[in-house]
Design a protein around this ligand. Structure first.
Ligand code: APR
Length: 231
């Protein structure tokens, strides 16, 4: 029997209950910089120290964070369904919760990338990436993050995954950043679409669960159990 394919598209709100701040909280400011101004190739050219510091702080916060019940619910669905996670988050909390198929659209905080060869990606030991940390080719390492204005190399693979969804669950994203926000359009017409967010964006094509991720996903787990019991 074909297993149902659940595709989860997650955003910063999913990790909020782990204590990691969403991007657009506090007006999107970080030490008086707009997030968009520290997460661009131009910012890297202008002030490398600041950009490294910004991501070092985020990495340090991640080191002290744990997956929350919402991450764990998603991982638990692998017991009865095929589950693909496509996340805009750069943290590794899905993986640490046990999800085995996770695609990071916007990169990964725990990794660094060579500035001379984008395919050269290395794990970061600890939380700090410094000026003078070099790749084996001798170039400065940068955070392995897709910055504003850069291509999203994993987009087509993500679109392919969404195109085979039976159930699409969008959770914790304001759907403001493209192309990620357009991914849901790739779902087959007959796929069920659910959006979980305590402050949901306007998205008429979705069934809305207006609650925080842990509560919303727990109620979905109960639905799955009810369906499996044959009603
Ligand atoms: N549970 C679920 N959703 C929540 C919770 C929660 N506990 N708390 C907040 N939210 C929701 C907010 O209501 C909001 O809709 O999470 C969403 C977070 O939106 P953003 O901060 O815009 O985050 P996201 O959509 O992931 O941002 C997309 O933008 O900054 C860039 O590259 C960065 O990947 C990021 C992208």
């Amino acid at each position: 029997m074909n297993r149902r394919h659940i595709v989860v598209i997650s955003g910063a709100g999913l990790s909020a209950e782990s204590g990691l701040r969403t991007f657009r909280d506090n007006g999107g400011l970080w030490e008086n910089h707009r997030v968009e101004d520290v997460a661009t190739p131009e910012a890297w050219e202008r002030d490398r120290t600041l950009v490294l510091k910004f991501y070092n702080e985020r990495r340090k916060a991640l080191r002290d964070a744990l997956p929350n019940p919402a991450h764990l619910e998603i991982a638990s669905w692998e017991r009865h369904s095929r589950v693909s996670v496509i996340t805009q988050n750069v943290d590794d909390l899905h993986e640490r919760a046990g999800s085995t198929s996770v695609l990071h659209l916007h990169g990964e905080l725990t990794k660094a990338r060579s500035t001379s060869d984008p395919d050269l990606v290395l794990p970061i030991d600890g939380w700090e990436l410094r000026e003078g940390d070099l790749c084996p080719l001798g170039s400065q390492l940068r955070p392995h993050i897709v910055w504003f204005g850069e291509d999203v190399p994993e987009f087509s693979r993500a679109a392919e995954i969404v195109s085979t969804a039976d159930l699409l669950i969008v959770v914790g994203t304001s759907l403001q950043v493209y192309p990620a926000a357009s991914l849901a359009w790739e779902a087959p017409e007959n796929a069920r679409r659910i959006l979980v967010d305590p402050n949901p964006p306007d998205a008429p094509e979705f069934e809305i669960i207006a609650s925080k991720a842990s509560d919303g996903l727990k109620s979905l787990s109960s639905q799955f159990k009810y369906e499996a019991s044959g009603r």
